[in-house]
Design a protein around this ligand. Structure first.
Ligand SMILES: Nc1nc2c(ncn2[C@@H]2O[C@H](COP(=O)(O)OP(=O)(O)OP(=O)(O)O)[C@@H](O)[C@H]2O)c(=O)[nH]1
Length: 327
């Protein structure tokens, strides 16, 4: 490299500057004079960018070219860092504050050099305009953020749909489909772990008359409030479902028939008759229920549900407002 340069006559220095003028990067050389930076060389790309009036930049001090003190402080600070380090340093800089050109982001490397006399210090630099790259990166980041938001929203909608697919829209209790899936799972587990699963079916007595007397909207409200009371009265592990119409089915994993019966009797004492305040009217309901337990009353979902239904039928047939066991 050095020997190649030795082959160039001082009179042919224009070969080097001509070469530097073909570059789109800015190339510059500053000499430190009494703490100020005098521009001793810059290529055409930099001249065009910096010099909006037609005066030549070379020979001017940096503080004459960059009048904004904040921007000047940043530039000079980087030069000081390079001098302190004694080698090339790289950084990004913005021209914000330099009025005569649009705000541009540069990737700059500067290195401290010594002159032939050994005492004068120069700063030699190359700056590459990376504004378009930065803009593209920012646009890409925004697109990615938007995509991430859309993904999160899709996920939320998916969860919502999934949740809705297992709920009864009126009461928000689990629906029949979800109940059957849970029951089948629970019966398998109960068989493996040798514990009981008790089902209870509840049916509001004379609900048709309630609808006839107060209207369907009041009937709906009663179903909603009855569901809420049911939920409040059950354990966390119990699965409460609206089986259909005014019929509810509850799965109580791990509860024997005897324990479930005791719990139901207690719950009935506190909740029957159940009185609601709906549309400024006091509405009172009673309900019948039937209990059946796996494995003794049925090992499969169908058998167990039929047994529970049968127990409920017995409660209705015996005059309603009571709980009956299967068998
Ligand atoms: N308001 C309202 N009524 C419903 C809904 N689903 C079913 N019903 C009504 O519930 C009533 C059920 O009537 P039945 O099966 O004769 O039962 P019941 O009148 O409760 O008589 P028993 O069960 O024998 O005591 C019908 O009138 C249905 O229209 C609902 O979502 N909202």
């Amino acid at each position: 490299m050095t020997s190649a340069l030795n082959d160039i006559e001082p009179a042919d220095i224009h070969l080097l500057t001509g070469m530097l003028d073909t570059m789109t990067d800015h190339v510059f050389l500053l000499r430190i004079e009494a703490g100020r930076y005098r521009l001793v060389y810059c290529n055409q790309a930099m001249e065009r960018f910096m010099n909006q009036s037609d005066t030549l930049l070379c020979g001017l001090f940096l503080d004459d070219i960059v009048s904004d003190s904040v921007l000047y402080g940043k530039i000079a600070g980087n030069y000081q860092r390079a001098i302190a380090a004694g080698h090339v340093i790289c950084y990004e800089e913005s021209t914000e504050g330099f009025d005569s050109a649009p705000v541009t982001i540069f990737e700059t490397s500067v290195s401290p050099l010594r002159g032939r006399d050994g005492s004068s210090v120069y700063i030699c630099g190359i700056s590459r305009d990376i504004t378009a790259r930065r803009d593209a990166e920012t646009a890409l980041q925004k697109t990615n953020e938007k995509l991430a938001q859309q993904l999160a929203e899709n996920h939320r909608l998916h969860e919502k749909l999934h949740e809705e697919a297992m709920r009864d829209p009126l009461t928000n209790l689990f629906n029949r489909r979800y109940f059957l899936e849970s029951l089948s799972r629970e019966l398998n587990r109960a068989q493996r772990e040798q514990h009981s699963v008790t089902l209870m079916m509840l049916d509001i007595d004379y609900f048709k008359s309630l609808n006839d007397e107060y209207g369907h909207a009041v009937g709906d409200q009663v179903l909603i409030e009855f569901s809420q009371r049911l939920l409040e009265g059950m354990r966390k592990a119990d699965v409460v479902c609206r089986w259909g119409g005014e019929e509810f089915l509850i799965m109580m994993p791990g509860l024997s028939q005897e324990d479930a019966y005791k719990r139901m009797i207690q719950w009935r004492e506190a909740n029957s008759p159940m009185v609601f305040r709906v549309a400024d009217q006091s509405v009172s309901i009673r309900f019948s229920s039937g209990l059946a337990t796996a494995p003794e009353n049925g090992a499969s979902s169908d058998e167990l549900i039929n047994a529970t239904d049968r127990a409920l039928y017995l409660a209705k047939a015996a005059g309603r407002d009571q709980v009956q066991l299967f068998g």
